[in-house]
Design a protein around this ligand. Structure first.
Ligand code: KIV
Length: 272
């Protein structure tokens, strides 16, 4: 009998491609810290995204713009320490890759070297062509992100559904094909009409993962705080909440505080 523990088979970009080829759906979820990433990985999620949504749900900012490269690396390091199976993808934060491909490469290399993550994600199409090209040429796998790209929120003005108009829909299809041709291993499509998203997934041979883009794609991604009901008062149509943890945790913490005040905690069995 082998003395080695049975190794967990890691998910790679090639695994995701095989899943697309075989019609197996890809599960993707965000994580930003060790403890949550450990649970998510143990649950068998295929891709863990260290999203720049950390700016919202971890740091309390209104947008994803303020988070820095150092902060993303800190989150990515914590997640990578926990993960045994999932592919770990990290968002390049706003201002670290647009308009300067050398800076983009430096940012991507810092993430890969300092965190041990497996791939990076970038928002945009042909406008960030040089940055994608340079990063790919260094051997770093790149995931694209089109549709509602939160780093451009001040250009869009609102978080409403994108690409409802014909011109924007046409550009989204062209940009998706462009990203595949560039060599991206996958694309996230955020908050666009389901029919359009499905047609993109059918046109492309690489995996297309959706958030608010309907069920016709190769996989789905959500922000873990939304799925668990930790975020309060956020109820977009696309979100399915599996728990209401805000209320559950609040009730538990209220009981704890009450038990301290009443002198019930700690009791005799809870002391030395
Ligand atoms: O940052 C993030 O969490 C994301 C997902 C919404 C796709 O980019």
């Amino acid at each position: 009998m082998s003395q080695h523990k049975k190794e967990v088979k890691r998910v790679t970009t090639h695994t995701l491609q095989s899943m697309k080829n075989e019609g197996e759906k890809i599960s993707m979820l965000t994580a930003y810290d060790y403890s949550m990433a450990r649970i998510i990985d143990a649950a068998g999620i295929d891709v863990i995204l260290v999203g720049d949504s950390a700016s919202n749900v971890m740091a309390g900012h209104e947008t994803t713009l303020p988070i820095t490269l150092d902060q993303m690396i800190y989150h990515a390091q914590s997640v990578v320490r926990a993960v045994k199976r999932a592919l770990v993808v990290v968002d390049l934060p706003f201002g670290t890759y647009q308009g300067d491909s050398k800076m983009a490469l430096k940012s991507a290399i810092r993430i890969m070297k300092e965190s041990g993550a497996h791939a990076i994600k970038m928002e945009g199409g042909p406008e960030i062509k040089e940055s994608i090209k340079r990063i790919l040429s260094a051997g770093v796998p790149v995931m694209g992100h089109l549709g509602l790209t939160p780093q451009s929120i001040y250009k869009f003005g609102t978080y409403t559904v994108r690409a409802k108009e014909e011109m924007e829909a046409k550009k989204l299809v062209e940009d998706s094909i462009f990203l595949e041709k560039m060599g991206c291993f996958g694309i996230v499509l955020e908050k666009i009409p389901a029919q359009l998203a499905t047609s993109v997934a059918q046109k492309l041979s690489i995996p297309v993962i959706g958030i608010g883009a309907g069920g016709g794609l190769d996989g789905q991604v959500l922000v873990v705080h939304d799925l668990l009901g930790i975020t309060k008062d956020f109820h977009p149509r696309f979100l399915r909440r599996y728990l209401e943890l805000f209320d559950t945790i609040k009730t538990a913490v209220e009981s704890y505080a009450q038990d301290i005040k009443s002198g019930d905690f700690p009791n005799e069995k809870e002391q030395y």
